[in-house]
Ligand binder design. Structure first.
Ligand code: EPZ
Length: 421
């Protein structure tokens, strides 16, 4: 396992290009299985989760070719295989393979992706949606098995607007003849991106990005090209880095609408944000001012994936913040790491109480998951002195060259091989 060494306290200046959205590209990669042709994904991020999904597609006898941000997937020779446990365990997004594999092959057996450190992450909503569409399933301790004698249109209501369950339902619906209506669908931008791809494959979709989506499939989907939008959470991560460290950074390709749900949090904390040409300029020249209370929620509320980054900023902000996590049940595991740096944070149930401190010091840290790992990097950049962050493989799942881009902004940050290996 690698580690990152940071000498904090430097302000950030320069320009950074925000890579394509992980959570938009992964479902499109899964959906490519349904068109028995070629899918071209432009602006594809070179991150561990994309490489892992390519590995699963190769296991299903698909060809993948990834060069300079362009991923070409040929699924014309795809054959059914069980999806290996070691693959689904490393990639939570493997859950969105259920719909496409079921639609293509009439059956699917995959090791339970399971939870990770942010929560149990059950799949009951996915299974309910696919059962409505004609699948029968059984779940053992370790595996999910599903089969169908033929998917059929349906009217489906999700008990919660699950992003992954919405994606599985939309994909399975798009691959068959007839109209399916999905109520209480997730409204995240990544859902709209997936619907745009499915329409290019031949489905007719109305209501994408709203709580009611209608999908009219034509039974056969054709080859298509997909252009990934910038990753809004990665953009928010660099905004949080500037908020915590101070400075002035251009975020290439980012617009205020991409940052819906968290832009107002940063402006409220005192950040200046304006467009200059194709870039969004974010500037912070004083200590952040903490807001009273923030609650995470389904889009367009404040996104759970930004929770840990904003908490890192609030740790050095002026005043107190109450941050309530309403999506996942265990997403404050990194708080102990911040408190070892001198933060004053108390967690009670799903709520964190933060008392901003005027500065904190570097420490030996370990990344517990993807977004918490990014948050620890931000905290280390803002801290005085040296920090070392282990288990950076989590961070590499969702951030392309994170340390290289931060270094280009003036951060003193290096990646080294960990002695633990
Ligand atoms: C997606 O996860 C994202 N991952 C997550 O981003 C993101 O945090 C999450 O949506 C919420 O926005 C990808 O897109 C690959 P959910 P997903 O189903 O689909 C519960 C990151 O950092 N639930 O919307 O798994 C679940 O336990 C990752 O990039 C059920 O109870 O999220 C959670 O509490 C982290 N039963 C809530 O719903 C189900 O069948 C939201 O989960 C499904 C979900």
């Amino acid at each position: 396992m690698g580690k990152i060494v940071i000498n904090g306290g430097k302000r950030l200046f320069g320009s950074v290009c925000i890579h394509g959205a992980k959570n938009a590209v992964l479902p499109v990669m899964a959906a490519s299985l349904m068109n028995e042709g070629v899918t071209v994904i432009r602006g594809c991020p070179d991150i561990a989760d994309v490489r892992a999904m390519c590995g699963i597609l190769n296991h299903l006898h698909c060809k993948t070719d990834f060069k300079k941000g362009c991923l070409v997937i040929d699924t014309s020779m795809a054959e059914y295989e069980e999806i290996k446990a070691e693959d689904t365990k490393q990639l939570r997004a493997s859950s969105v393979l259920m719909g496409p594999v079921l639609a293509r092959f009439g059956k699917v057996r995959l090791a339970y992706p399971g939870g990770c450190s942010i929560g149990s992450r059950p799949l009951d909503i996915h299974l309910h949606a696919l059962k409505c569409l004609g699948a029968s399933w059984s779940v053992s301790e370790d595996f999910i098995e599903m089969e169908t004698t033929g998917l059929h249109p349906s009217e489906i209501t999700l008990r919660f607007p699950s992003v992954g369950a919405t994606e599985n339902a939309l994909m399975a619906a798009a691959a068959q003849c007839g109209t399916t209506v999905l109520y209480n669908a997730a409204k995240e931008p990544e859902i709209e991106s997936l619907c745009a791809y499915l329409e290019k494959c031949g489905a007719v979709i109305t209501g994408a990005g709203t709580e009611c989506v209608r999908v009219r499939g034509k039974g056969v989907l054709q080859s298509a090209e997909f252009f990934a939008k910038p990753d809004r959470i990665v953009a928010g991560t660099y905004m949080a880095a500037v908020a915590a460290c101070g400075g002035s950074v251009y975020l290439q390709g980012v617009t205020p609408s991409l940052c819906r749900g968290f832009l107002d949090v940063f402006t409220g904390m005192g950040m200046d944000i304006r467009m200059e040409g194709e870039a969004m300029l974010v500037q912070m020249y004083h200590r952040p001012v903490n807001l009273h209370k923030i609650c995470t929620g389904a889009y367009p509320d404040f996104p759970t994936d930004m929770q840990s980054m904003v908490l890192s900023v609030a740790s050095v902000g002026e005043g107190t913040l109450i941050l309530k996590e309403q999506i996942f049940e265990n997403r404050f595991k990194y708080v102990d790491e911040l408190n070892r740096m001198g933060s004053k944070i108390k967690v009670e149930g799903n709520t964190a109480y933060i008392e901003g401190v005027s500065g904190f010091t570097g420490a030996q840290l370990a990344a517990p998951d993807l977004r918490a790992g990014a948050a620890l990097v931000l905290a280390a950049l803002a801290a005085d002195g040296i920090s070392e962050i282990e288990d950076i493989e989590y961070i590499q799942r969702g951030y392309e060259d994170f340390e290289g881009k931060l270094r280009s902004l003036g951060a003193l940050i290096e990646r080294v091989d960990s002695e633990r290996d």
